[in-house]
Design a protein around this ligand. Structure first.
Ligand SMILES: NC(=O)c1ccc[n+]([C@@H]2O[C@H](COP(=O)([O-])OP(=O)(O)OC[C@H]3O[C@@H](n4cnc5c(N)ncnc54)[C@H](OP(=O)(O)O)[C@@H]3O)[C@@H](O)[C@H]2O)c1
Length: 383
């Protein structure tokens, strides 16, 4: 159900690569209305159109052209009137800024890495683990907050890989081993990103911190949330209640039972991260190729079940042509909100291998944040 009145929203890092996608997605959104824009002190105090190098092929939406850009502070620019603030901030500034918004009781939907490892912060790919929203009341209660929280979405290449992995685990139980090699677009590094002299006619076999992110984020996302009994610190209260406290904790795929190894490369593609993935199942009886195809084809997410505005009709699109998916041909499917999968075949070392593709700036960033916020509205976490 859409909210009875549109919710005012803000965007931090509104001038950047991810920020521009936020602007595009939010300019005509059925639940949200753009109210506040934030960027660095270099841009603050000027209109959005005068400080933004607009890089999308569709025109800059009229609604933002004359809006003022503000510093990223909860007490300026109408941010305190926003029910939700989306963050497309660089990690070197995102940490403290996002915390200051949370302390001001403003829910933050972040794309930065800073809070992803926090044991109180859900790391949500909306086509996989929206159930992790259930940790939010614990985050609020431990920090003494009523409305504020931080929710992160995953690294862009993690997002593209966990959706097909979740489909396999849903049908065939826990995976045992996953090997991933990525071919990542240059927009993943923001603007201006990698110099043209470095990336034209070339492949750069290093993206700082990316391999580690894929390896541990996948465990937090695919794992569940467990209830753990903690000894109550306050002995008197403990005696009075006669019981220990129960806390929620992420189980990191049953404490790292899934082994993952990733190798990341930057390639001269504008948008769309492609990954070559090999998997090994835990179960002894291996599924057939046909069963794997059906697991991908039939996979549905909670976002689809809730039918939130940004959810794709199909979370995974299975390609039959041997040379697909390709970034240029397939990144726009479902408005960039799905993962494309193809070339499923037996692997000579692990059980099976396949190729998957995600639009790194849409499902890999802004679309996931917006979809997470839509689900949070539907489930009553945004009030
Ligand atoms: N690009 C992707 O595919 C992708 C995917 C997933 C996640 N992410 C993550 O999303 C975040 C943004 O990435 P991006 O690619 O959009 O970067 P970007 O193009 O470099 O944009 C950075 C934004 O941050 C603002 N900013 C910089 N310094 C600031 C400061 N001191 N105070 C306030 N704002 C400041 C910039 O504003 P000015 O214009 O005023 O400088 C700009 O709006 C990063 O954390 C990144 O890791 C990116």
């Amino acid at each position: 159900m859409p909210p009875s009145e549109k919710i005012k929203v803000g965007v931090l890092g509104a001038t950047g690569t991810v920020g521009q996608r936020f602007i595009q997605l939010l300019s005509t959104h059925p639940y949200f209305v753009l109210h506040s824009l934030g960027a660095s002190a270099r841009s603050a105090g000027q209109t959005y159109s005068s400080v933004t190098r607009w890089k999308l092929s569709s025109p800059m939406p009229e609604i933002v052209r004359d809006m003022m850009v503000h510093e990223c502070r909860p007490d300026v620019g109408g941010f305190d009137e926003c029910g939700v603030v989306f963050s497309g901030l660089d990690h070197d500034v995102a940490g403290e800024i996002e915390e200051s918004f949370r302390s001001s009781e403003i829910p933050i939907f972040s794309n930065a890495k800073n809070h992803r490892r926090d044991p109180l912060v859900p790391l949500i790919v909306p086509l996989v683990n929206s159930s992790h929203l259930s940790i939010i009341p614990q985050q609020q209660s431990l920090l003494g907050l009523k409305k504020g929280f931080i929710l992160c979405n995953a690294n862009c290449s993690t997002t593209g890989v966990v959706v097909p992995l979740a489909a396999l685990e849903k049908s065939f139980g826990p995976l045992k081993t996953v090997m991933i090699t990525t071919l990542q677009a240059i927009s993943g590094a923001g603007y201006p990103g990698v110099s043209s002299m470095d990336i034209m006619d070339n492949v750069v076999p290093f993206i700082g911190g990316e391999e580690e992110k894929i390896e541990w984020e996948t465990l937090k996302i695919l794992g569940g949330i467990k209830q753990v009994e903690h000894q109550n610190q306050n002995q008197n209260q403990n005696l009075k209640n006669g019981k220990n406290e129960t806390k929620l904790e992420f189980d990191y795929h049953q404490e790292n039972k899934l082994k993952i190894s990733a190798q990341c490369n930057r390639v001269p593609v504008l948008d769309g991260h492609l990954s070559c993935v090999s998997v090994e199942f835990s179960q002894n009886v291996k599924p057939t190729l046909k069963e794997i195809e059906n697991a991908f084809k039939n996979y549905t997410s909670e976002a689809q079940e809730l039918n939130v505005p940004s959810s794709p009709k199909r979370s995974i699109i299975l390609h039959e042509n041997q040379d697909r998916p390709q970034p240029r041909l397939d990144r726009d499917l479902e408005n960039g909100a799905c993962v494309s999968v193809g070339r499923i075949r037996e692997c000579g070392v692990l059980d099976f291998k396949f190729i998957c593709l995600v639009d790194n700036v849409r499902l890999g960033a802004a679309t996931s944040s917006v979809m997470n916020a839509e689900i949070a509205v539907e489930k009553g976490y945004v009030r």
